[in-house]
Design a binder for this molecule. Structure first.
Ligand code: BDR
Ligand code: CA
Length: 308
């Protein structure tokens, strides 16, 4: 039974596509909205791609367009070398039939949280710009969400775009720091766990046999993504950052956690690093530091395989 309503704030992106397919096909999650943000691609491409993914799922999932640049810093270049210029590796751009909602993402997030008090899982898997703007727009959302589970940062892992910073935090460190400073318990699914979950090409080719449409899409898109990991890190497979984060929203028991208040380094060469904060006013975040790799992989592939 679909018991939990989830909003995914996203910059699709190949692993974002995996996360969205997982949420759309999970029998436990009701993907009620997607909100787009710049990051892996521009916000226009992210918005278009979110709508395209909803159409592949054959589901009517509203998409609200979000912010196109960071709150304070000069934008970093998009990650076309990781996700391809259109977001899905070498898959060419598609034009969706649907249109984005006529309301900015951060306002829609607040509206949905107020309309479904205590029911919404907020799951940002891109830069945290829309979430920081939502907190500014309506600070009461902190006590009205069911939970907030973000993909970003890392406690012991170091970074993936710089030695210190993970991409989502690096793309808008000021927004991330506002989100960590707010009075809610943020669950952080960062590189400490997502880098442990690596899937080779054979996982996706096997998926194509059972789920030809989504499997083929992911097999094609991950060809590009896996090439990046091979060249950049010598890894034979791709890291499953965003789908693992969505899985954590419904299977928190598959992870182990440390609890610390977090701040984001906003200057120096460590910009974007998530650090333990000494600020007594900050609430501790629940930070995943280990994961049952086999279990999360199984849940991901079984859900896609049987859901479509
Ligand atoms: C995060 O950055 C993006 O490239 C991925 O989609 C993921 O959300 C990993 O650092
Ligand atoms: Ca992402």
């Amino acid at each position: 039974m679909k018991t939990a309503k989830i909003i995914i704030d996203t910059d699709p992106g190949i692993d974002d596509a995996m996360a969205i397919f997982f949420a759309g096909l999970s029998d436990k999650l009701d993907l009620i909205t997607m909100t787009s943000v710049f990051g892996n691609v521009t916000v226009d491409i992210a918005t278009r791609n979110a709508m395209v993914l909803a159409e592949i799922l054959k589901q009517d999932i509203p998409v609200a367009k979000g912010h196109g640049y960071p709150l304070v810093q000069i934008p970093n270049p998009v990650s076309d070398y990781v996700h391809g210029s259109e977001g899905f590796g070498d898959i060419s751009a598609k034009v969706p039939n649907s249109k984005a909602l006529d309301i900015p993402a951060h306002e829609y997030i607040c509206q949905m949280i107020n309309d479904h008090m205590g029911e919404i899982i907020l799951c940002p898997v891109g830069p945290l710009t829309n979430i920081a703007l939502a907190l500014r727009y309506d600070p009461t959302i902190v006590s009205k969400v069911k939970s907030i589970v973000i993909m970003g940062g890392g406690l012991h892992s170091g970074g993936n775009v710089t030695e210190f910073a993970e991409a989502n935090i690096w793309n808008d460190p000021h927004a991330a720091d506002e989100v960590f400073a707010a009075d809610w318990e943020v669950t952080v699914i960062g590189l400490d766990v997502t880098q442990k979950v690596v899937c080779p090409h054979s996982d996706f080719s096997a998926l194509t046999l059972d789920a030809p449409i989504i499997g083929k899409f992911l097999e094609q898109a991950t060809d590009f993504y896996i090439k990046f990991y091979k060249e950049a890190a010598g890894i034979d497979g791709c890291q499953m950052h965003d789908p693992i984060t969505v899985i954590a929203t419904i299977h928190p028991d598959l992870f182990t956690y440390e609890y610390h208040p977090i701040q984001v380094c906003l200057d120096t060469n460590k910009v974007g690093e998530t650090q333990i904060s000494n600020d007594a006013g900050r609430r501790a975040a629940k930070i995943a530091v280990d994961v049952n790799v086999d279990a999360v992989k199984k849940i991901f592939f079984n859900t896609i395989r049987t859901g479509f």
